[in-house]
Design a protein around this ligand. Structure first.
Ligand code: KG4
Ligand code: ZN
Length: 352
């Protein structure tokens, strides 16, 4: 079964062809970084307009690998949310029109499910290294930061999440305060690699392992205060400041992810979302997982960031199970994730 996936929830217009085994036939992404860079963040109205410009060429490009074009597509999958409503509508309406015009089924996909299942994707020439179920997944991106227990592709449970900013947003805002441009994660990451850590400069936010939630807004304020008092350093000082800021974010993410694996009795951890590209995070997670006997899985960067292959795959699994949607609509917030305290066997503990 060949599924055409379409993704337009934020600032990437993407289309991809994937089968239900996760084999990727094509994977096309048009980034809007240039559109939003001068504003230091995503401008929703501009994102919608850029999706409208990009979506037809991106889909054409993705389908061009099929000899019969659209007639070789068995079904369509599209991101329903969470995301920017105006941006989501562009992908959803395009997918509905295409599915209707060629008479093939359509399924709506939760964007977060896509990220959490992306570890199962495999491109030509790549070897697949995917965990068995269940696994713990840390999803850290510009819009989301949460830890999940992925019991199966259709049973995904929220264990903890950020109470304010996402980790990627924290990196982006830090970079903005330091006049480092947008998106901030990659440049903070690069500078942090050249700097030395001042352990005491920023404390690790919400360090208690009593819960698996995060908070990054206090860390952002601490950086703002630091800059107010001492100004933006140059050269070595800037690299050291980035190293200290990154350390605090990474520690929070790794400590809680490892704690989730331990309390859930699941020795498999997946890192995904754009922040999974962070070298400090990868390195720290590697050390910590090795020490705790946890297997670590980090998909290639192109599968971690927003893409349509993950949407096509999540959709293909739903379709293979006999599901489809008559008329999917969009949603801006995650509508159905169950949250609660889960026992080690994955069952939900009653509220006390
Ligand atoms: O998953 P993604 O491409 O888009 C969504 O937000 O859904 O993630 C983008 C985020 C941005 O906030 C970006 O700054 C961050 O991921 N990011 C990084 C790195 N590369 C991208 N953050 C830290 N270190 C990186 N190397
Ligand atoms: Zn995303």
């Amino acid at each position: 079964m060949i599924v055409l996936g379409i993704e337009s929830s934020c600032d990437e217009t993407a289309a991809a062809l994937v089968n239900e085994h996760g084999d990727v036939l094509s994977d096309v992404v048009a980034s809007q970084i240039d559109v939003h860079a001068e504003f230091g963040g995503i401008v929703p109205e501009l994102a919608s307009r850029a999706h409208i410009r990009n979506i037809v060429p991106v889909i054409r490009n993705a389908v061009s690998v099929l000899p019969g074009g659209f007639s070789d597509v068995d079904a369509f999958a599209v991101t329903q949310g969470p995301g920017l409503v105006g941006a989501l509508l562009v992908g959803l309406q395009t997918a509905k029109s295409l599915a209707w015009s060629v008479g093939r089924p359509l399924v709506g996909v939760n964007h977060l499910d896509g990220h959490l299942l992306a570890v199962h994707l495999r491109k030509e020439g790549e070897s697949r290294r995917a965990p068995e179920y269940p696994y713990i997944a840390l999803l850290a991106s510009g819009g989301h930061t949460a830890i999940y227990r992925v019991q199966s592709w259709s049973d995904i449970r929220l264990l903890g999440q950020t109470r304010d900013d996402a980790a990627g947003e924290a990196f982006d805002k830090a970079a903005k305060m330091l006049s480092l441009g947008y998106p901030g994660g990659p440049v903070v990451d690069r500078l942090a690699g050249e700097g030395c850590l001042e352990q005491k400069l920023f404390s690790v936010p919400m360090p208690s392992l009593e819960n698996l939630d995060f908070s990054f807004s206090g860390l952002k304020s601490a950086l703002a205060r630091h800059i107010e008092l001492r100004g933006i350093p140059g050269g070595r000082g800037l690299a050291d400041l980035c190293a200290s800021f990154q350390f605090a974010v990474v520690e929070a993410l790794v400590r809680k992810s490892v704690a989730a694996c331990k309390t859930q009795g699941v020795p498999r951890l997946v890192l995904t979302g754009g922040v999974a590209a962070n070298r400090g995070l990868r390195e720290r997670a590697k050390q910590s997982c090795l020490a705790e006997g946890i297997e670590l899985y980090v998909p290639p960067a192109a599968s971690c960031t927003d893409n349509a292959a993950m949407i096509a795959y999540a959709g293909a699994l739903r379709l293979a199970a006999g599901e489809q949607d008559e008329a999917p609509t969009v949603y801006s917030r995650d509508p159905h994730r169950r949250r609660g305290k889960f026992r080690r066997d994955g069952t939900l503990a009653p509220r006390t």
